[in-house]
Write a protein that binds this ligand. Structure first.
Ligand SMILES: Nc1ncnc2c1ncn2[C@@H]1O[C@H](COP(=O)(O)OP(=O)(O)OP(=O)(O)O)[C@@H](O)[C@H]1O
Ligand SMILES: [Mg+2]
Length: 254
């Protein structure tokens, strides 16, 4: 993995309205091509940070800089949330095609990109299904394909598997790693699951406080490819313990 930064967050603070300060003095960077996970208590400001990184919100102060972007604008970004937000009247194929339609691509032009992405997320054969005909895991695969179809440089995931059952969630985590390895993409994922963060990421960033800041960054040196079985290893237990301690420190205010 390259250690070159993909984006750098410098002293970012965010205030909603006049006085609701949610984030204060956040500084961290995402390595290009890396997989970073963000954990922290509910309501701490994780989704706010995702919206800042996506350029959907402007920081009240501080800077977010993207490497290789001369104009300071965010690069192309794929976004995925806990809810799949699929359009129920569109097939899986038509849902994945939507971002390309918005960009003005013709149906013929977008066909290969849509089909390639459906294949990559493991939905070959389900192209014509409607969201109501898909399982929760399959619907999230469609949402992932839709987030990736325009080949973004950055994938922002906000609790993408939070609504799935435990087994499907584990499998989707492994699928995400496979897809990440197949694409030149930097991933930033919010999750409430310590195990998921440790098993997937190169680094776990912990956020806490009111207003919140980054309290710890924990490197996960588990070898790749990662497997579900690694959760039984001493190294995995040590990393999970370190993340858990960092979260407990926030909650006890230590
Ligand atoms: N548009 C908004 N206007 C005002 N306050 C907001 C807005 N969006 C979020 N907030 C507030 O900012 C704080 C952080 O919210 P955010 O959704 O970022 O937290 P979170 O860490 O993602 O929580 P969760 O883990 O529950 O998803 C909360 O107090 C929330 O009420
Ligand atoms: Mg959130």
């Amino acid at each position: 993995m390259s250690q070159k930064s993909f984006l750098t967050v410098q002293n970012v603070s965010h205030v909603f309205g006049d006085k609701q300060k949610v984030l204060t003095n956040l500084s961290f960077s995402l390595p290009a091509g890396g997989f970073t996970a963000l954990v922290g208590p509910s309501g701490v400001g994780k989704s706010t940070l995702v919206r800042l990184l996506a350029g959907l919100l402007r920081p009240s102060s501080g800077q977010i800089q993207y490497a290789n972007q001369l104009n300071g604008q965010p690069p192309s970004i794929g976004l995925m949330f806990q809810k799949d937000n699929l359009m129920p009247w569109r097939t899986a194929y038509e849902n994945v095609r939507l971002p390309l339609e918005v960009k003005g691509a013709s149906l013929a032009e977008s066909d290969t990109a849509v089909q390639d992405m459906l294949n990559l997320v493991g939905l070959t054969g389900n192209e014509q299904s409607y969201p109501a005909q898909l399982s929760g895991g399959m619907a999230q695969r469609v949402a992932l394909a839709r987030a990736l179809v325009h080949r973004p440089a950055l994938l922002l995931l906000d609790e993408p598997f939070g609504a799935l059952d435990a087994l499907t969630r584990e499998r989707m985590g492994q699928e995400l790693l496979r897809i990440w390895a197949a694409l030149p993409i930097t991933v930033f994922m919010v999750t409430h699951s310590i195990a998921e963060a440790v098993l997937l990421a190169d680094e776990v960033v912990v956020m806490g406080g009111q207003p919140a800041t980054i309290t710890e960054r924990i490197e996960i040196a588990l070898p790749r490819p990662r497997t579900i079985e690694m959760q039984g290893s001493k190294q995995f237990q040590n990393c999970s313990g370190a993340v858990r301690q960092a979260i407990e420190k926030i909650q006890t205010g230590a």
